[in-house]
Design a binder for this molecule. Sequence first.
Ligand code: FE2
Ligand code: FE2
Length: 147
Amino acid sequence: MYTKWSEQLLTGNEIIDKQHKEIFEQAARMIESGKTGKIESEAGKIIEYLEGYYNRHFTTEEELQKKHGYPGYEAHKEMHQRFREELGELKHKLAAYGASPELTTESVVLMLEWLAKHIDKSDKILAVYIQNTQSGKSIPDSRPVKP
Ligand SMILES: [Fe+2]
Ligand SMILES: [Fe+2]
């Protein structure tokens, strides 16, 4: 059983949520195709493909953090980095044992489990921070413009 996207994973930040949802949906499609045997020919490409999604998403979040002066930037970036390293190990394992449909599915499941936990523990806090800074910014913006 793998982690599916649900509203419980919503952070409240539109950009972040859109990308999270996309990752879960793409991964679900890959796992479903695995059940029909299609994953076999694609197995090697799947992790690379998902890795690309994760990397793009991490960059988006890190850029947002820099833009909004997020105080947890370094710690959050480090978590992303640690995941990249774990993924590197997974890829070694796949290369060593062969990207069988089972091992590929297992890897996708692990990637989703990590993401769900990370969303809950870290991305939700980030989204609240962004929301707060954005609403804070509306105060000076609402001041009348001097002629
Ligand atoms: Fe994150
Ligand atoms: Fe995220």
